[in-house]
Write a protein that binds this ligand. Sequence first.
Ligand SMILES: Cc1ncc(COP(=O)(O)O)c(C=O)c1O
Length: 324
Amino acid sequence: MEYFNNIIETIGNTPLVRLNNVMETDALVLAKVETFNPGHSIKDRMALKMIEDAEKDGRLKRGSTIIEGTSGNTGMGLALVAIQKGYKCVFVLADKQSKEKMDILRAVGAEVVVCPTNVEPEDPRSYYSVSKRLAEETPNSWFVNQYDNPSNAIAHYESTGPEIWEQTDGKVTHLVVGVGTGGTISGTAKYLKEKNPNIKIWGIDTYGSAFKKYHETGEFDEKEIYPYITEGIGEDIIPSNVDFGIIDHFEKITDKDGAIMARRLSYEEGIMVGYSAGSAVVGVNQLKDKLTKDDIVVVIFHDHGTRYVGKLFNDSWMKQHGFL
Ligand SMILES: Cc1ncc(COP(=O)(O)O)c(C=O)c1O
């Protein structure tokens, strides 16, 4: 018989799938389709690693409550692992996150607290501040802090990086990743660059985020920061999980271009994925002049399109934002 002992054993080993219809380059572009994880996103990998590391050094104890500010996917991963291991979960989300993400977290038993998006990170109402405060007020709780928790990037160093190296037979030339906490790009890139320092690492950023300018000038410019619609990538803080030294280039993508490409991936490739996957593919097309037909580009598709049925895949929502 061949079976897994529980659902968390199915995390990882996701497929690489060639993109055939939406690319504007002759390079071989392969999507690492992370929707095959049990929580339908790449975040299952780091959720498991963060919990196991916290158990090992005693930050997480029997009966603990896990508290985290999350755009939804990390919460889903944490919740699945917490169910297997018997922890409670409280997740704090910004109100720009899709209703589907909030409902999905409730569906796996988590308590969800919603905060306003358009406030400064230091504001006591922000989702950063509220999650910290709840962790201080709740006895026997553990504040995960995916932005600064080193286990986040280590999870990708230990799993995502080696998988891509083996699946491409060591031939990958470019890695393209939407950047939020920075865990995915930093951990995966560290592994790949150790194997071959010539692999190019391209981070995908949004207009309204501080990353690209910070990478290019070292300046944290508050003028770069304003509200945007894209979900999962870009930040108004500099998380310690972003290893800026390992990233060769940041490319900014508009909300509109990312949204339209996410729909095209569904309609033209049959791969129904989320906003940041659309943005990452647009990034490769915007940078096509830097690619040759011999290049092998791996693009991370972080999460599933079902998280966005009320938004990206809803014509009224698309029209309301001027995207259709
Ligand atoms: C949909 C989506 N894409 C991309 C990212 C960015 O990944 P990372 O936080 O590892 O940088 C996230 C993170 O929350 C996400 O939820």
